[in-house]
Design a protein around this ligand. Structure first.
Ligand SMILES: Nc1ncnc2c1ncn2[C@@H]1O[C@H](COP(=O)(O)OP(=O)(O)OP(=O)(O)O)[C@@H](O)[C@H]1O
Ligand SMILES: [Mg+2]
Length: 237
């Protein structure tokens, strides 16, 4: 399930959800105790569901300030048995109370990073923020991966940014790099995910490879956690 927490709602419209067809949204889940079950919508992709965003979310910042447990609203809504393997939250592009809600509700952060000049600066700032959220609100939270995107082979800067990020963040950076690809930018206007719009374009192929890399890493991390817990339990016994 994809949770669209960005007031711009591009994740929802990009998956073919029409604004007019949204009765309840993440806004209602956060503010009005609407359940995930009554808000979630199916998409054209089997097995992919979306909790749609709405324009009401743009006022959420101000509304959240005065509310009780304002950092934990989304966590509370998602802490129920859900029939999904993974819940992915698409965040607004800045650190806001909405983003903080996402960080508090999550186990892991995956950062898409454009290969551009200010990328590294933004990333180290984000890493510090995540560390702080980890200490104050959510001890499970950590960066599981950084995905390099908008990579332009003809541009030396892209290479340089990719190298810098790898030097700094090492294995956290996924091997797959998403190239700059026009087909990827066309897909949302058809309300389709890029891999459905054009499965064979270089961008879609890269995303398929990234998805399998993410899955492998998540499974390895989960296994390591389970082993650690079992060992701990055995020691206690
Ligand atoms: N690899 C790519 N190649 C070409 N265009 C891309 C690529 N990735 C994204 N785009 C285009 O860039 C725009 C923004 O993409 P996207 O919504 O993924 O970015 P974002 O960082 O989440 O934006 P925002 O910060 O506004 O939420 C879209 O029009 C998308 O089609
Ligand atoms: Mg976005």
């Amino acid at each position: 399930m994809l949770v669209d927490l960005d007031p711009q709602g591009n994740a929802s419209t990009g998956l073919g959800i029409k604004r007019a067809g949204i009765r309840k949204s993440t806004y209602d889940v956060i503010f009005d105790d609407a359940s995930v079950a009554e808000t979630v919508q199916p998409t054209k992709v089997p097995g992919l569901f979306v909790l749609p965003s709405s324009i009401h979310l743009s006022g959420a910042e101000i509304e959240l300030v005065g509310i009780e447990n304002r950092e934990y609203r989304l966590q509370k809504a998602l802490r129920v048995p859900l029939p999904y393997d993974y819940v992915i939250i698409d965040c607004p592009p800045s650190l806001s109370l909405l983003t903080l809600n996402a960080l508090v509700a999550s186990d892991a952060v995956v950062v898409p990073l454009q290969c551009e000049f200010f990328a590294l600066e933004g990333l180290s700032h984000l890493a510090k923020t995540i560390e702080r959220v980890n200490k104050s609100f959510n001890p499970r939270l950590e960066i599981h991966g950084i995905a390099l995107t908008m990579f332009d082979r003809r541009n030396n800067l892209s290479d340089q940014v990719a190298d810098d990020v790898r030097n700094y963040f090492g294995d956290k950076v996924y091997k797959t790099i998403i190239p700059r690809n026009v087909r990827l930018s066309e897909a949302p206007s058809y309300g389709l995910p890029a891999i459905v719009y054009d499965m064979k374009c270089p961008g879609a192929k890269a995303y398929i490879s990234l998805a399998s890399e993410i899955l492998k890493r998540e499974k390895r991390i989960l296994n390591a956690q389970t082993t650690a817990q079992t060992t701990e339990a055995a020691q206690v016994a």
